[in-house]
Write a protein that binds this ligand. Sequence first.
Ligand code: AMP
Length: 283
Amino acid sequence: MILFKKTNDLIKHLDNQRILGKKIGFVPTMGALHEGHLSLVRLSKAATDLTICSIFVNPTQFNDPADFEKYPITTDKDIALLLTAGCDLLFLPAVSEMYPEGIMGKPEYDLGDMETLLEGKFRPGHFQGVCQVVHQLLAQVNPHDLFLGQKDYQQCMVIDRLMQQTGFKETVKLHICPTLRETDGLAMSSRNRRLNDSDRKKAASIFRTLSYLKQQLHTGSLDALLQTASDQLEQEGFRTDYLVVADAASLQPVSTWDGSQKLVALVATFLGGVRLIDNLPLN
Ligand code: AMP
């Protein structure tokens, strides 16, 4: 695996690979890697000739500075994991490399109601920061294929929108890849390692709650079902930002189901000060 820290070196190398006819697959991450990330690397390796992973904890997407400070950094272990997965290139830029003029003065992307719904509502400015860094990474890497995890359902929709607006949709194929889970159903996440043992066990209730919504889904009003599900979480000590059933394509909340609309359940909830998100397509 070749490690790049400087954008210019990376661009030169990738230009040469493109001239050689190599198809480039890209997996952007914030590090603290786990099997979920590695599954994206493996899917990229199966579909392309050259897989590049980036690790960059992007300061502009953290609406809570304390969350940024606490974000786990495990670079040596990440490199070892990427080697086992057979990743070809790693891009590990410093903040000064990505933002040579500082992190103030963000560009403004038109994200429509993605900015006010769900994550958009509870993490103001978060998706603008995500777009800022992904736009830049796409321009630097210029991949043929981009691999994102469905674990971040709304983020996938936002990046799809970004790609439409910036023209990358015409040159980059977006792959939305399945969520990898621990054996008790908890979605793998870099944040899970901040849970203490007792909260780690409790955290499996998030997937149980989503599965309950899927099993109990029925036509008509979903209000009582959602109330029971969020009461369950609250009784177990979760503090929930949202637990909703939404239209799978627009993310508008659905309170009455007609039996045909495609639905997804989405949740963001705090356990012991750690904010966890998950989702499950329902039908
Ligand atoms: P992150 O480092 O958390 O920003 O995630 C980097 C990429 O890995 C994003 O596309 C995530 O959606 C994806 N990802 C994170 N967790 C999982 C998981 N459990 N399964 C599959 N993909 C994931």
